[in-house]
Design a protein around this ligand. Sequence first.
Ligand code: FKS
Ligand code: ZN
Length: 349
Amino acid sequence: MITYYSTEHQRHHGVELKDAAIKPSFEKPGRADTILAQVRQAALGAVQPGQAHDSSLYVGAHSERYVRFLQQAWSDWTATGQTHDALPLIWPVRDLRSDLEPATIDGRLGFYSMDAGSPITAGTWAAISASADLALTGMATVQAGAPAAFALCRPPGHHAGPEMMGGYCYLNNAAIAAQQARRQGAQRVVVLDVDFHHGNGTQSIFYGRDDVLFVSLHGDPVHCYPYFSGHADEIGAGAGLGFNLNLPLSKGTAWPAYQAALQVAAQRVQAYAPDVLVVSLGVDTFEHDPISHFRLASADFVRLGESLATWGLPTLFVMEGGYMVDDIGRNVVNVLQGFEGGRAGAQPV
Ligand code: FKS
Ligand code: ZN
């Protein structure tokens, strides 16, 4: 399986608020580097750079004005005399107006975000556009006939909505790839999200549509970030009614319950009969992940890959979260190798 990787991700290294202090973000460059090292060590396949794509291809998953905001945010911020990273500090929550785009960067940072987890830095646009381009390149490879590809995206994307950054995400790489699959002729696309956190952004982008089915296994939002999205009763709206499936799982979920939920997901996907599968691949479901609460062991990630292979679909893996930096590379490669091993006995869904 080809891995698409770009060094541009290193230009984004942000901060987050934790324990009443500004600290380096859990979502740090070393994550992608350790995954790449394991991909190479395991000889998974070629590692190639992505192709640059026009930012107009990000529109569809996102609005045009949001993409423009991301592209210009750092220069707008530094134009006010600031030199440190930009973080939003005010949000248009209930009872405040969210229909008017503010003119100043301070207002716009809050207008276009859900939390303070996505700082804008000097290298953010370079990194996030390169990350989205890896997903687009991977999708092109899959649509050209490859059984699978791995987009080693960083920054991640699944919390980013049509007009919203947050949770370390800016451009929704998986949604951008799914949207591109539709443009290039796929009739039905599934995005399966196995990151520990609910992919609220992907859900939101496709909530009113029946041409992209979103299925997610994640920590129950009653207890887990992002708290305000990911419940089982979120089933889509309008034309998209019935095309959103959330499978929230309790804290401490281990492989048996996880596998059972995966089977529910498989049945829904089988009924949908998609042309292509995009997997939002987070490995923060690992038992030792520092910010999450599932208990998958390293060997379970092989099983996850094997299970997905039995779906028999052209598959693009898009990297999302995973924070136990020493182990995430092994766990990611386990999924991908499990997938390749499992393809031998694959039955089309
Ligand atoms: C809980 C703090 C939660 C934010 C967690 C963000 C998770 C991001 C992710 C992504 F894939 F996007 F990277 N902080 N104590 O893993 O879902
Ligand atoms: Zn996550």
